[in-house]
Design a protein around this ligand. Structure first.
Ligand SMILES: Nc1nc2c(ncn2[C@@H]2O[C@H](COP(=O)(O)OP(=O)(O)OP(=O)(O)O)[C@@H](O)[C@H]2O)c(=O)[nH]1
Ligand SMILES: [Mg+2]
Length: 248
């Protein structure tokens, strides 16, 4: 009886070790596949950046959690840029054409990428839209899928990456979701009109964001009250000029 039990225990142990080995191999394979994917994404992104910059188009990638106010901010930016500057928007969502429809309603060309479940955009998705992008654009905005984690790992060929953080989300987010902040050039605090009703320490949010990324340029905006949008638009216009001068 004891002998039989020992054999069963040994078999279970062997099975366990086999499973552990299998998981280790699969994990290694997963990491290799991911590295490969990110590597090829980076290559496509570099080509996109090169081509768009040569055409004088500054590309800006907006990342944030769902509902932080990306589309509303783009609607305001469109009002501020018109009529001097030509802009277009690529919208990324898991489902629906809604955000692209909102932008088109402002008279701005917009294309919707429906990822069908994927939580981020990838450079190849932007590349597929290339034939549609008018060459006389000044600015191409990309609204990433609402998610504060996955989009941070994918270069889309942008010149400027902006992370939006809305007041109702809480001032502790930069250190909890660091990659979106460490990989961005610009932090846009949104919905500042809610500061009077929601506890949000904007100094803490800025300080902690700058601790993990001192290069961030910070803006405080309210699309609802049209606050801070003019300054943000001026920043994009100046940045485009700098890129043009650099690539002249
Ligand atoms: N109070 C206030 N509400 C805002 C502001 N900007 C946007 N909102 C509201 O926030 C909600 C979400 O705004 P969207 O612009 O759709 O947010 P989004 O980030 O594009 O959302 P997803 O595309 O779903 O990730 C809407 O109800 C907006 O009216 C703002 O400045 N102040
Ligand atoms: Mg949106």
């Amino acid at each position: 009886m004891q002998m039989k039990l020992k054999i069963i225990a040994d078999e279970a142990k062997n099975m366990y070790n086999l499973r552990l080995g299998f998981i280790k191999i699969m994990k290694k394979k997963e990491i290799l596949v991911l590295e490969d994917l990110l590597g090829s994404n980076k290559k496509i992104a570099s080509e996109i950046r090169k081509e768009l910059t040569q055409k004088g188009i500054l590309t800006i990638n907006f990342m944030s959690s769902p509902g932080a106010g990306k589309t509303t901010l783009l609607e305001r930016i469109a009002e501020h840029m018109r009529p001097q500057y030509h802009m277009a928007v690529i919208e990324g969502d898991i489902e629906t054409e809604r955000d692209a429809e909102r932008i088109r309603a402002k008279g701005i060309p917009a294309w919707q990428i429906v990822t069908g479940g994927a939580c981020h955009l990838e450079a190849k998705m932007i590349g597929k839209l290339f034939p549609k992008i008018p060459p006389d654009l000044d600015f191409l905005f990309i609204e990433n899928v609402g998610n504060l984690v996955c989009p941070a790992s994918y270069d889309l060929g942008e010149n400027i990456r902006c992370v939006l953080l809305s007041v109702p989300e809480g001032d502790d987010k930069p250190k909890k979701y660091p990659k979106a902040f460490t990989t961005s050039d610009c932090l846009i605090l949104t919905k500042s009109d809610l500061l009077s009703v929601v506890p949000f320490d904007s100094e803490r949010a800025q300080k902690e964001a700058l601790e993990i990324n001192p290069k961030l340029t910070v803006f405080m905006t309210s699309s609802l009250k049209d606050l801070g949008i003019k300054e943000l638009v001026r920043f994009f216009i100046t940045s485009r000029q700098l890129f043009l001068d650099k690539n002249a």
